[in-house]
Design a protein around this ligand. Sequence first.
Ligand code: GLV
Length: 309
Amino acid sequence: MAIVIIRQDGKIPIWQEALKKAAPQIVVYSYLEPHPKEEIIMALVWKHPKGQLMDYPNLECIACSGAGVDFIFEDMERPKALPITRVVDTMLAKDMSEHVIAVIFSYLKYLGHYRVDQMRKIWKPMQYRRIKDFKVGILGFGALGSVLAEDLVRFGFRVQGWSKSTKSLENIESFAGLDQLSAFLATTEILVCLLPLTDDTVGILNASLFEQLPKGAYIINVARGGHVVDADLIEYLENGHLSGACLDVFHEEPLPTDHPFWEHDKIHMTPHYASVSDTESVVPQIIENFRRLQRGEPLLNVVSKEKGY
Ligand code: GLV
């Protein structure tokens, strides 16, 4: 019984090393080297080539090495009956929270604006903004969103969250379902998208949603590029309804060099780096699930195929 790692970002050796260090007795192959396919019971994947999972006749589990599993559901040629697991990790959640908080403070204190002024040798202080001036709304209130919400509250932000079902977190207003989306948007000045990408959420950051935000709202997308209708975002930045956007994820990554986001003065971009699974932190839960598979026990962090996350 063995694990195969399937990913195309050059990080197979790092994952192999981390697994070997934590559990030297477990056999871990790279899908790029010759390996006995019938031995594989777990595939540890990240944006694997579509159809690749069909190569393993005894596969029992598709283990995603990140939090978002949308790319697995997009692979129509996968063994559909198999359980899919995802990463739920404190470090992943904290990394995400730190990134979003950094973006919010940069926005609040006009750091991007002053950088541009500096390049032009312009000295022009503005009235600065304070934490109390903003209500942050988090779309997607799961493992990542709730940690961010609690951290923001500790800084003194007013925070509200929107999700499928109502969540109860201290000092954070919870909105749930499509019925309450408008009320949530109407009072959100900084909108953070942390939703899973599913049939229900694809394209959710569109003109109709932007229209319901207060004028001057700021968008932070750290979930998936598929949540955004790019043309609508540009339209709402250009008509002045939105004050700016900070994007970490895109429909196509790397973002093609001719995409209008690159040169847009109201868009800040980072290269899908807000929160990336740390191998040492994540490997124990992969090993635990491998052992559970061997013992025939229920797996941890199993994705709901109905919900898509
Ligand atoms: C990163 O995008 C992840 O889903 O873990």
